[in-house]
Design a protein around this ligand. Structure first.
Ligand code: UDP
Length: 562
């Protein structure tokens, strides 16, 4: 079993370990791995269960592969809801709006996050026929969802997370774009769904028509470029909204016969159809470096186990709604991804912002994707393809039957990376040393586990206090060149390189890639727009920017406080 950091133990004890009715912790982390592995292996043939349970347990205990948080929290418990991401439909009537709200509350209670498109709602000021009143518009309903989430958030296993998507052509888009500039909507991320037509109009400086969502009639014409600048300006100021390139997302829809995409999950990496869910899992890449190279065989074996484990999650999951159970059973979407990418690069001695890192991202994720698809094909041979396969885009293109309509996603791994003690997702190191403000106000000091060893090897331990004080290595006098190069942090990496890294991974991912494009504090609105245009050009499915210092109470702060 791999060693857990103190931080990992604290996180597990707080939310993941089983407790009795009085709140006393009933299991050790070892027990957690066994509970989850045993619960998932129940999907296997009776004679094979103990063999698979042992395999899954070894993967988790070795911190090589972890399923998403709801699986770790709830597997083997009564009513175990195991998926992290859901999308619920919101139609332009009160019954539908409040059904979605109620279902979201139930999903939050189980640790899942919910995404919604509010694009179908009539705009503010429109007529309400039944009451002869005036419609209040999508943003006011988003505030209702936010208030409800706020009120119930203490009851669930974790704070409910939401995503609101609004189409760029909706007449209320400007109100939406600015909705997070002020206080409120703390329980929502927001994203504008930008069509290809809109992005092209913005590039060409053409006008763009906002349209009534029900009739499709043009409501008002705006300058696409000015609207994109408004979005960039709000994101510059507050980190939101993000952009989702919905046409591109739709082009990769494996089951367009079932429905079109309208929304994504809370952190944006997972487009889903109405009532669809996705189960995520992440491989810790730092565990697959051997002697300064990638252990390809070891990685392939872990990918195969990961696909099987996630397919087993689907089988044993207790879905929160019959509609969700039906779509999930039909498409069997899973999202296997990676974390610890920056750690792997450190072990290989490759700087995150070197061309070699971009090339390795392509090679590595291409490998993971091929192995994952092959594993899903092997499962289809064993267990049958996902029931929607026959009418899927995959079948129409002559593809081999798969067990899962999608197989790969790169999740943020916000908590999983803490549990595994690795860098999150495919992000650069946030810092080489930092204070983590978490766990009810407790501050934890950490340095990168490889840092001291590398300094020693160079006979440069004397630089450690400076590194701790600065949180970064680049540009710090007295820090060896080699350390400065390899320990690149999020703020050392140019925005363009962030976007290129996202695009490199996206080329080999069925779903989306969670990535934050970090900008320095002094970045301009113009640079945000350039990042949008590059992301669009390079085939990303969306983009989220974050300018340093924009939000108060950041979870991570540079440098260890003196
Ligand atoms: N999520 C959520 N609430 C949270 C964190 C995450 O509902 O507090 C959902 C959300 O859909 C997000 C997904 O889980 O996109 C994956 O997030 P992450 O990888 O950070 O979760 P982890 O498994 O590491 O806890």
């Amino acid at each position: 079993m791999a060693r857990l950091t103190d931080n990992a133990r604290a996180v597990l004890a707080r939310r993941y370990l089983l407790r009795d009715d009085a709140g006393a912790v009933l299991e050790e982390p070892e027990g957690l791995w066994r509970r989850v592995a045993t619960a998932l292996a129940a999907a296997e043939e009776p004679g094979e269960r103990s063999r698979w349970a042992e395999r899954f347990e070894a993967r988790m205990a070795g911190l090589e592969l972890l399923p998403n948080s709801p699986t770790l929290m709830n597997a083997g418990r009564a009513g175990g809801q195991l998926a992290a991401c859901f999308v619920l439909p919101v139609d332009d009537d009160l019954a539908s709006i409040f059904d979605a709200l109620k279902w979201a509350a139930l999903i939050h209670q189980s640790g899942g996050g919910t995404g919604f498109s509010f694009s179908r709602l009539r705009p503010k000021g429109d007529l309400v026929r039944t009451t002869h009143g005036v419609a209040s518009g999508p943003v006011s309903f988003i505030r209702v969802f936010d208030a409800a989430t706020e009120t119930i958030k203490q009851g669930g296993v974790r704070r409910g997370a939401n995503m609101a998507v609004l189409g760029v052509e909706h007449p209320d888009v400007l109100e939406f774009v600015d909705a997070k500039r002020g206080p409120g909507l703390e329980n929502f991320n927001i994203s504008v769904a930008a069509s290809d037509a809109f992005m092209r109009a913005a590039q060409r400086g053409e006008p763009f028509a906002l349209r009534h969502p029900r009739s499709g009639a043009p409501a008002v014409e705006v300058s696409a470029r000015e609207l994109l600048d408004r979005i960039a300006g709000a994101a510059w100021a507050s980190g939101e909204p993000g952009l989702v390139f919905l046409d591109r997302v739709e082009a990769a829809n494996p089951t367009p016969d079932l429905a079109r995409f309208e929304a994504v999950n809370p952190c944006g990496e997972q487009p889903l159809l109405p009532f669809e869910a996705c189960t995520l899992g992440s491989i810790n890449l730092g565990r697959f470096a051997r002697g300064g190279a990638v252990d390809w065989d070891g990685l392939a074996a872990c990918v195969r186990d990961g696909v099987r484990l996630l397919d087993d999650v689907l089988t044993v999951n207790v879905w929160p709604l019959p509609q969700i159970a039906a779509v999930s059973a039909r498409n069997r979407k899973i999202g296997l991804g990676v974390m610890g990418w920056a750690d792997l690069l450190v072990q290989l001695g490759v700087a995150y912002d070197a061309p070699a890192a971009l090339a390795l991202a392509d090679e590595l994720m291409g490998f993971v994707q091929r192995e994952a698809h092959a594993a899903s094909e092997a499962l289809a041979a064993e267990r049958g393809p996902f029931p929607g396969f026959a009418t899927s885009a995959l079948a129409r293109a002559g593809g081999r039957p798969r067990r899962n309509a999608t197989v790969t996603t790169i999740a943020p791994t916000g908590t999983l990376s803490v549990i595994a003690g690795c860098s999150s997702g495919v992000e650069p190191l946030f810092a080489v040393a930092y204070v983590r403000h978490a766990l009810g106000g407790v501050s934890l000091e950490e340095e990168h586990p490889e840092l001291l060893g590398r300094l020693r090897a160079l006979g440069a331990e004397a630089a450690l206090p400076r590194l701790l004080a600065n949180g970064r290595a680049r540009g710090v006098p007295g820090v060896p060149e080699e350390i400065q190069r390899v320990f690149a942090t999020a703020h050392d990496v140019a925005p363009e390189v962030h976007v290129r890294m996202q695009a490199a991974f996206q080329r080999h991912v069925d779903n989306g890639v969670s990535k934050t494009i970090n900008l320095p504090r002094e970045a301009t609105v113009e640079s945000v727009r350039r990042a949008y245009e590059l992301a669009f050009e390079l085939g990303c499915k969306g983009i989220t920017v974050y300018r340093d210092g924009t939000r108060e109470g950041q979870v991570l702060t540079h440098g260890v406080a003196a």
